[in-house]
Design a binder for this molecule. Structure first.
Ligand code: AMP
Length: 528
C-alpha cells in the first residue's frame, strides 16, 4: 500500500476537517489531498521519474506535509533536510542522495548562491521569488495534477532519513512504505491513540521526529498544527496550546522539556486539553522527568528509536509513566518496553545475546527496521549483520523487559580497566541543585588510560567548585566512576535536533592530547 492512501482515506472520511494549520493558514483534508496530488503531478512534469529523490530544506510549515505526500503520490522518494544545517551540509545530503530537485525556503537562497558549485545541476524550487529557482506556486498548478496516488509495493523506497550525524557524516537510512505503515499503526497502538479531529502541535523540526509523528495524525484525520515562530518560545507555545485546544505535542527533545520547565508560568494559559507530550531522541534525566510530570501531569510519552528504526524500538506510554511514578519505581528512568511488533535484546561484542541485567549493544529486528543505508553497502552490512539492526547504543534489559540505555557504544569510558557510562555519571551530577546541565566523557590519561571528565553549566557563575561535584558524586557512586576533573562553561553545544553534542565538547580535549588535559579551550577554568 502506498502511504498516500492514509491521506486519501482521511480526505474521504473528513473532507472538511482541518488537516494543516499554521497562523492564519488552515487547510482541510480535501485541500491537502488535492494539493499533494498537484505537487506529485508537477514534480513528474518537471522531469522527476518514480524512484527519483526530491530533497527539501524548509522551516516548519504545511508545505512540508504537502511535499511529503506529493512525493508519495507520485512514487518519488522524499529527502528531508534539517533546516538548521549550513548550506554546505545541505549540499552534502542533496548530493549523497542524488536528489534531482531541491525545494527550499527563501532564507537558504543566499547560502546556496554562495556555494553555487555544490548545487550545480540540481533543479531548485523556492518558497519565494528567487534567482535560479522556480516558485513553489509552480508545484500547485492544477493542469498536471494526478488523479490518484501511484500504485506502490510495500518494499518500494519512499523516504531517505539522514542520520543526525552527531558522529561522522550523515547516512541515508532507507524507508519504504511497509516501514511507514508499521510506524503509523504502532504509534497509535502502543504510544498514543490519536483521535480524528484532535490537534497535534509541531514545535520541533518536522524533518525529524515531529514530521514522523505527523503521519499517524494524518492517518487518523487529526489536525497537524504548526507553531509560527522559528525559535522555541514557551509562552507562545502554550498560548497556541490554549488557542487551538491542542491535545498532543508531537515531539520534543529533552532539551526542550528542560526549557519548558524553566520558562513555564503556571496559570497564565489554560493547557488542560493536553493529553500527550512525546519526547525522545536523547536521554532525559530522571530528576528532570519527575519534575516535568509533577508540573504538567502524566502526559509524557517516551520514544526510543533511531533513523534506522524510526520512532520506536521501545517506548513508554503516558499511562506507564504514571504507574511507575506512583510506585516510585526507578524504571521511570528507562526507555520503556519493546513495542508490540519489534524484537530487541542486547548482545556482547561477539553478537551473543545477553541475559537480563547484562549490558551490551541494543539490537532490534522487525518490519520497522530499514533495509539498509542509501548507496552504502559496507555500512549497511555492518549495521544489519546477522539480520539484526545494531543500534550502536549500549544498555540492558531488566527482568520485566524495560530497556535502560547507558550510552552510545563509542562514548563509553574505559578508566583503569573499568567501563564507565557517561550517562550514569551525568544522572548523578544533574541531581546537584546548583547544576543546570552537564556532559561527561573520557579524556586521555597516562595512568588511567582514560579519565572521567565532567563539563558543567552551573546555575550561576562561581557557585560551584570541582571538589563539591566530585564529593557529591562520591556520595552516590563507585569511586572509579567519579569525575577526576571538572570544568565549568556557560552553555553546551546542541545539535539542530536538540541533542547535546557531547562529542563536540569531548573532541577539544582529545586534540593535541596531553597539553589539553584538565583545561579545554573555551572553558572558564579547570580544577582537579
Ligand atoms: P536519530 O537517528 O537522530 O533519531 O538518533 C537516534 C539516537 O538518539 C539513538 O540511537 C539514541 O542514541 C538516541 N535516542 C533516541 N531516543 C532516545 C531515548 N528515548 N533515550 C535516550 N536516547 C535516545
Amino acid at each position: 500500500m502506498n502511504t498516500f492512501a492514509f491521506l486519501e482515506k482521511s480526505a474521504q472520511q473528513r473532507p472538511d476537517g482541518l488537516a494543516l494549520v499554521q497562523g492564519a493558514e488552515a487547510i482541510t483534508y480535501r485541500e491537502f489531498r488535492d494539493r499533494a496530488l498537484a505537487i506529485g503531478g508537477n514534480l513528474l512534469a518537471m522531469g522527476c521519474a518514480p524512484g527519483d529523490r526530491v530533497a527539501f530544506c524548509l522551516a516548519n510549515s504545511p508545505r512540508i506535509m504537502e511535499l511529503i505526500f506529493g512525493c508519495f503520490a507520485a512514487g518519488l522518494v522524499v529527502v528531508p533536510v534539517n533546516a538548521r544545517l549550513h548550506a554546505r551540509e545541505m549540499a552534502y545530503i542533496v548530493s549523497n542522495s542524488g536528489a534531482k530537485l531541491l525545494v527550499h525556503g527563501a532564507e537558504f537562497q543566499e547560502g546556496i548562491v554562495a556555494n553555487a558549485a555544490l548545487f550545480e545541476g540540481i533543479k531548485r524550487i523556492c518558497t519565494d521569488e528567487a534567482e535560479g529557482a522556480d516558485n513553489f506556486a509552480a508545484l500547485l498548478t492544477k493542469e498536471n495534477a494526478l488523479a490518484a496516488g501511484a500504485e506502490a509495493q510495500p518494499e518500494d523506497l519512499c523516504w531517505l532519513f539522514y542520520t543526525s550525524g552527531t558522529t561522522g557524516k550523515p547516512k541515508g537510512a532507507m524507508w519504504n512504505h511497509r516501514m511507514i505503515a508499521r510506524v503509523i499503526m504502532n504509534y497509535l497502538a502502543d504510544l498514543h491513540n490519536i483521535q480524528p479531529g484532535e490537534v497535534v502541535l509541531h514545535c520541533a523540526p518536522m524533518s525529524h521526529g515531529s514530521g514522523i509523528v505527523a503521519l499517524p495524525a494524518v492517518a487518523r484525520g487529526a489536525v497537524n498544527a504548526i507553531t509560527e515562530t522559528a525559535s522555541f518560545e514557551i509562552d507562545s507555545l502554550l498560548a497556541t496550546v490554549e488557542k487551538l485546544k491542542v491535545s498532543h505535542i508531537a515531539f520534543m527533545a529533552p532539551t526542550q522539556i528542560v526549557k519548558l520547565l524553566e520558562d513555564y508560568r503556571p496559570g497564565v494559559h489554560d493547557i488542560s486539553t493536553l493529553k500527550a507530550i512525546c519526547y525522545g531522541g536523547a536521554p532525559i534525566y530522571l530528576d528532570q522527568l519527575k519534575q516535568a510530570i509533577a508540573t504538567f501531569g502524566p502526559v509524557f510519552v517516551q520514544l526510543y528509536g533511531q533513523g534506522e528504526a524510526p520512532i520506536t524500538i521501545t517506548g513508554m506510554s503516558g499511562q506507564l509513566h504514571a504507574e511507575l511514578l506512583a510506585a516510585d519505581d526507578p524504571r521511570l528512568g528507562s526507555a520503556g518496553q519493546i513495542r508490540t511488533d519489534v524484537e530487541a535484546h542486547c548482545v556482547d561484542e561477539n553478537d551473543n545475546p545477553l541475559p537480563a541485567g547484562k549490558a551490551g549493544e541494543v539490537v532490534a529486528r522487525g518490519d520497522v527496521v530499514m533495509p539498509g543505508y542509501w548507496n552504502n553497502p559496507e555500512a549497511s552490512e555492518e549495521a544489519l549483520r546477522g539480520g539484526w539492526l545494531h543500534t550502536g547504543d549500549v544498555g540492558y534489559f531488566d527482568d520485566r523487559g524495560f530497556l535502560f540505555l547507558l550510552d552510545r557504544a563509542k562514548d563509553m569510558v574505559i578508566s583503569g580497566g573499568n567501563n564507565v557510562y557517561p550517562r550514569e555519571v551525568e544522572e548523578v551530577i544533574i541531581l546537584h541543585p546548583d547544576v543546570a546541565n552537564c556532559v561527561v566523557f573520557g579524556i586521555p590519561d597516562e595512568y588511567w588510560g582514560e579519565a572521567v571528565h565532567a563539563v558543567i553549566v552551573p546555575r550561576a557563575e562561581g557557585i560551584l567548585t570541582a571538589k563539591q561535584i566530585i564529593d557529591f558524586c562520591g556520595e552516590h557512586m563507585a569511586g572509579y566512576k567519579k569525575p577526576k576533573a571538572v570544568d565549568f562553561v556557560d552553555a553546551l553545544p546542541v545539535s539542530g535536533y536538540g541533542k547535546i553534542l557531547r562529542r563536540e565538547v569531548r573532541d577539544k580535549y582529545w586534540e593535541g592530547r596531553a597539553s589539553q588535559i584538565g583545561g579545554g579551550a573555551g572553558t572558564k577554568g579547570s580544577q582537579t
